[in-house]
Design a protein. Structure first.
Length: 184
């Protein structure tokens, strides 16, 4: 995406199929990586290589996540059975294998999709792990239910602090209408 003194960001750099919308996030990553590696007077090859490495990581990880929807599908139609048969990148096979074997969910810094997204597609497509991290066995049932209750209460309390959807939109509509009236 970065070659000599030319950089392609957004659709000029690449596009991944829109099953999950990723274009705007990739534009944002492209801008942030460019700011971090912004050239002084000349473009250093090492900066160019690093930029391209980071952007490749972003694209590869999104590609794996998109492909996961296809390779784990359980539909009977010809299209979907063909999709199950397609060749998967090694990086996706590894992610599927570690999840299947011991419930480890992909986690990384450079990449849009975080554990909650991976988990929802693994479990949502019925890939149930055969085992789990043995460290989890050190927790008693009581400890586990206390921890789950703690998580549940903390979600409830955060949600309780938020306004509902309509109130949120009304608040921003009023602010926007006010600033437009001021500008006119
Ligand atoms: C309906 C819709 C919904 C979408 N929803 C999402 C979403 O939810 N999440 C998400 O991440 N992405 C979404 N996308 C995709 C995302 O919006 C686009 O991929 C992104 O805006 C592309 O930005 P860009 O700057 O690369 O290209 P563009 O926004 O297409 O900008 C290219 C610019 O170049 C100009 N141009 C073209 N040719 C020339 C020329 N010869 N000389 C000078 N200027 C030229 C064009 O006029 C345009 O202004 C959606 C897209 C659509 C259409």
């Amino acid at each position: 995406m970065w070659s000599k003194n030319c950089i392609a960001i957004g659709l000029s750099g690449g596009f991944l199929e829109p099953l999950e919308s990723t274009s705007i996030d990739l534009i944002q990553s492209g801008i942030l990586n460019l700011i971090a590696l912004f050239p002084e007077k000349q473009c250093a090859v090492s900066d160019v290589d690093e930029y391209n490495r980071l952007m490749d990581l972003e694209y590869d990880r999104i590609r794996d996540f998109l492909m996961l929807h296809y390779v784990l599908n359980q539909r009977d139609e010809r299209f979907w059975s063909d999709m199950r048969e397609m060749a998967w990148p090694g990086s996706l096979s590894e992610k599927i294998e570690v999840f299947k074997r011991r419930a480890i969910v992909p986690q990384y810094d450079h990449g849009l999709f975080q554990p909650a997204s991976w988990l929802s597609v693994f479990i949502g497509q019925n890939l149930i792990p055969e085992a789990w991290d043995p460290r989890a066995d050190s927790m008693t049932g009581d400890d586990l239910s206390a921890r789950l209750q703690h998580i549940s209460k903390s979600i409830e309390s955060r949600v309780g602090q938020m306004s509902d959807h309509l109130a949120f939109i009304e608040k921003y509509r009023a602010t926007f209408a006010g600033s437009r009236a001021g500008a006119e």
